[in-house]
Design a protein around this ligand. Sequence first.
Ligand SMILES: [Fe+2]
Length: 224
Amino acid sequence: MTTSLVTPSVQDGLLGTSLRQQIDSNIEDLIASLPDPKQLTAEQRRGMIARYTAVLEGNFIYWMTATYLSVKAEEARPILLGNLREEVGDCHPAMLRNFTMAAHAFPTDQDALDVHADLTKVRLFLGRMSGVQNLLTMAFFEGYIQQYMVYLAALAELQGSAERVYTDVHGVCDIEHSEGLFRALYAEMAVNPLDPSADLFEGVDLLRTLLQRINRVDESKIAA
Ligand SMILES: [Fe+2]
């Protein structure tokens, strides 16, 4: 079959599958690079939970809102609104704070400063309101969070916490959110395609760097 015989819908499907695979592979690589929680010191585990909280608590709803404001596809809006309604209605920031306080890992000023530069880059990027790029970035974020929950819960358990509401809720419901964000992405690509000269993965790359910063521990302090 030549390219000219491929219908637009088939092309969208192939591109969609390829994007999904690239995002999934990005997530798998990040998860595979996480250090064994048992090999970390208590301070390293505390720092990872604290930096995750310093980024997520104040930014997830903000970034989902930026994504909502940036889309033009009518089909994408209810998907994003549903996500926001759940975040606000069930007060996920409070859920995360409970989780973090129970693990004695509330972020210090240094924890917040450790992620400051990379966090600012992601904030500014999403504020540029590029619908397709923002949707892809948030689809990556949702997918990552869902995979990361088992690890985050393991860190907290080793810190002596039994609080599981945040990790239980996000390990399940975000599978649905991630699927919805890909549906929204395909709808946006159809009505508001990205300029071919732009880098589709710019936001994903900035967010991946931020997530790596959250998870980075000083190798020399890993227990032998
Ligand atoms: Fe959430």
